[in-house]
Design a protein around this ligand. Sequence first.
Ligand code: PLP
Length: 447
Amino acid sequence: DQDHEKETLLETDRTHMWHHMSPYNPNPMIVTESQGSWITDIDGNRYFDGMSGLWCVNIGYGRQELADAAYEQMKALAYFPLTQSHVPAIHLSKKISEWLAGEYRVFFSNSGSEANEVAFKMARQYHAQRGEPGRYKFISRYRAYHGNTMGALAATGQAVRKQSYEPLAPGFKHVPPPYCYRCPYGKTYGSCNMECANAIDEMINWEGAETVAAVIMEPTITGGGVIVPPPEYLPKVREICDKHGVLLILDEVICGAGRSGRPFGHQNFGVQPDIVTMAKGITSGYLPLSATAARAEIADVFLEPGPNQHFRHLNTFGGNPAACALALRNLELIESEGLIERAEQLGHDLRSKLATLENHPNVGDIRSFGFICGIELVEDRTSKAPSAPDRVLKVISECKKRGLLIGRNGDTIPGFNNILTLAPPFSTTEEDLEFLVNVLRDVFEQL
Ligand code: PLP
């Protein structure tokens, strides 16, 4: 009977569903239950979720307190637009500002992509308000992912994801990432003069600073292959932006909400961004919500008299009361349970346990940032030739057979989808970590 029910569901799925990233997925996993860092499919198979869904279920699955927060708020006030105000949004904006440890004003939307679109519009209008309407360009990095909408996808630096949809929004330029394992300048860290950061300075000069609105980047490139910058990279980028009057937007959609071992990823590098975007982990994925936080001095410019001083941006659902109440509870629990420190500790533990894989002939590099880890697969450690998709997919499917879900970097460059990714929930136990690493070791032994 259960088999029949599953078959019926799959048939309905095949007929009516259009899955993300795929036109046709004839045999999707149908997930029905979850607890802690584990999910259960319709057949009763349990899997450790090594990717927190899509890097978002930070607190872990099955938290009654979050369901209650949303439920209670829906009963009191299910909806009201943020042209006015409501209590959960007020409290949440304060909490986010506290986590940012600075004076910020918070604009709510629904997704990470939307939060980045808001940042782009804020940046352009900020310059226009201050008499520099010519500053319209954005600089981002190759390999970065910033979202699926026309602007956020234009900022994305992954050819394969963009190809079918171009031309996207004009004005987006890309520089090489701080990818020391495959330095785009053929240099070695320590004697490289940070060419990757200088590239931003150069690009601003070539384009003309008076045409550049902002630089956008993640503190660490996550989906693009866990590319962790050297410690002085971000401070140098901040300096370059300041020199040219260009805003620095940090996309904290993945690195924020405690994932990096600090409230926000950039706090590992001692820089203060002008605009911060966040989504995913702020609700731990339980409901959709995103935010764009701008430094108060930037927000203030929009209050000055002028022909067009308002930020003319509206969305119906952004800052939905239940989503805000849930996010607030989520951030409070992450604080009160010490989960940011826990994420940092788990990241260290995972990284040191993975050291046993370091000498495997197919492991080129292991990189980590907070509780995020990337394992770069190569065919040969000397030539660094990236492993072919077949081998990477085989690792992923062998892990799945053993009850472990892991990810890999998104469509970056054809032939370079060779980085396995891990970003488990903070609910992960020592025992879970042991399980994760044992499965990986077992799978690698058979490669
Ligand atoms: N920015 C980064 C760094 C992301 O990883 C993502 C999504 O994976 C986004 C933005 C877009 O977020 P969303 O999928 O919620 O639109």
